[in-house]
Design a protein around this ligand. Sequence first.
Ligand SMILES: *[C@@H]1O[C@H](CO)[C@@H](O)[C@H](O)[C@H]1NC(C)=O
Ligand SMILES: *[C@@H]1O[C@H](CO)[C@@H](O)[C@H](O)[C@H]1NC(C)=O
Ligand SMILES: *[C@@H]1O[C@H](CO)[C@@H](O)[C@H](O)[C@H]1NC(C)=O
Ligand SMILES: *[C@@H]1O[C@H](CO)[C@@H](O)[C@H](O)[C@H]1NC(C)=O
Ligand SMILES: [Zn+2]
Length: 591
Amino acid sequence: MVHYSKGVALLLTATGAFASPWLETSKHATHRTREVSPGFKVHAYQPVSKYETFGEGIDHPLSKREIPASPEEAALSFLGSHLGINASSLSYRTGYTGEVSKHVYIRQKINGIEVTNAVANVALNKNDKVIAYGSSFVNPKNVASSTPKLSKGDAIAKAETAFSAKYNDWKVSLEYFTKDSGDAALTYLVQVQNEDHWWEVSVDAANGEIVNAVDFVAAASYNVVRYDKQDIREGFTVETNPADTIASPGGWHVAGSNSYTTTRGNNVVAYKTSSTGTSSQTSSGLNFLYTHNVNVSPSTSPNLDVARVNGFYTGNMIHDLTYRYGFTERAYNFQVDNRGNGGAGNDPVNLSIQDASGTNSANFATPGDGQSGTCRMYIWTYSTPNRDGSLSNDIIAHEFTHGVTNRMTGGGTGRCLQTTEAGGMGEGWSDFMAFWTEQKSAAQVDFILAPYPYNNPKGYRTVPYSTNKSVDPHMYSTLKTVSEVHRIGEVWVTMLIEAYYALVAKYGFSNNKFDPSGSAGNIVMFHLFIDALAIQPCNPTFLSARDAIIQADVNRYGGVNKCLLWNAFAKRGLGSSASGHNDSSAVPSGC
Ligand SMILES: *[C@@H]1O[C@H](CO)[C@@H](O)[C@H](O)[C@H]1NC(C)=O
Ligand SMILES: *[C@@H]1O[C@H](CO)[C@@H](O)[C@H](O)[C@H]1NC(C)=O
Ligand SMILES: *[C@@H]1O[C@H](CO)[C@@H](O)[C@H](O)[C@H]1NC(C)=O
Ligand SMILES: *[C@@H]1O[C@H](CO)[C@@H](O)[C@H](O)[C@H]1NC(C)=O
Ligand SMILES: [Zn+2]
């Protein structure tokens, strides 16, 4: 568990020269220099920390109290007495109880105002004895007035200009910041964002000087099969900072007050056997750069790590992508920390790589919101050496989409795709996700699922998915002849692909899949896909799921695609007079 750049204050200077009493090397513990843009450097500064540990633990002032002290009370009283600090200078920030210890995080206050970079933490053991504390509390030489001279608007403008980034509307607060000169400046904390960074900037409230900034984005890189490639036959690339700043602010390795350097984070925990069996970064700075060896089995090093990293990456990409289109905290998604956005937290996807309980498949269990989903990925035995389903993004996308559809249908209970027909559509949506993520242009190419792990160019379904009926003949009435959910799903995904290509023919294609404001046909289809899930009834039928998609188009696009959608469904027998698995090619009058 390691804390990354989040929380490290960056002290800004206009030139490379840095006037300070420290030697270059002795500054490593308190300073860090980074280049924001050519010639524009930021220097990190955090006051020197005191740190002490106490073995089996020591008492705090409230240890003997009859009513046991809470961890918060215990930590505040300990810190106050141990450092000789007046309680009015201490501000409880956050805390939690872990498996074997309790953690309390505290900040210093001056004139009743919190100090950005004067922080402390206290850890207690199971017996409520203090086992460690750290503190960067300060005793400033000069403290600026607690009344700002600059307006908030001026502070925002200063931050936007200095970082070439836009203010993100997050509440601007006033805090002190202690500079390495020993002075405490009163500052406005302003958040600004651009494509690569998300800065929290401290603007001096007396003169508009930028005195420090925090970068919430920790650089992370992964050697993976990019999410829009089907499997390793399309090759590995190193993806740097793939986490979406809206869906996963702070990146993929921070979960609440915990930060990790492994394949664990807010949305996904990718592991082998037990949730502690994760893959670690290969070098500092969250670099997960394992190289696949095609000549050895999936379980031989480094291939297990490669699989865990690819599973972690692709699962997180599906989280971020679906988040952008509406599978958010309040729509019952999977996250440890919901950041106050509603829904139940503490439910990341537990992603079991090379799960021992099976072969030649994968599955996803979706309990209700607030309990982790569990995805089991298996090794496939159709080739020598065996192949790993976790290197086939279509399978990961398929499985994670079970979590999306099961949570979004019926309000987060995980109970609303249980009938055979609804469960069949669940398989269809999942195959559609694999299809959708992998499209790279408007061109129609028949889609074949899982050819790599199955070691068969014909793939794992009975037909290639196609709008060409001589390639993919599925009709609504096919449901009269099939009862297995994946076979039912084939019919549903065929219909979704008809609607998809009709929309792409009309509105074109965009490769910018993470921008839900786009007007291209594939983007429109993805909105309708996600929107309809929340509109449709518990245990939908083909008829009600079709109606929900057409209704979603009314809600979002004023129904402009009504006839296009009806015609797409009618082509496959799900027209306006369809019922009881009898085909209809009819469309409403006016279409
Ligand atoms: C603590 O600070 C408050 C406010 O500054 C003051 O009123 C009080 O006397 C102080 N207490 C001690 C023990 O120094
Ligand atoms: C998921 O893993 C966590 C540990 O990381 C464990 O506490 C939890 O029980 C698991 N959830 C399920 C549903 O298996
Ligand atoms: C549909 O598929 C058949 C069989 O592969 C092929 O002969 C035909 O040209 C295809 N039609 C179109 C419009 O692509
Ligand atoms: C389906 O078609 C069959 C044969 O035409 C007919 O007997 C049956 O009533 C139809 N079912 C429904 C629900 O329309
Ligand atoms: Zn499935």
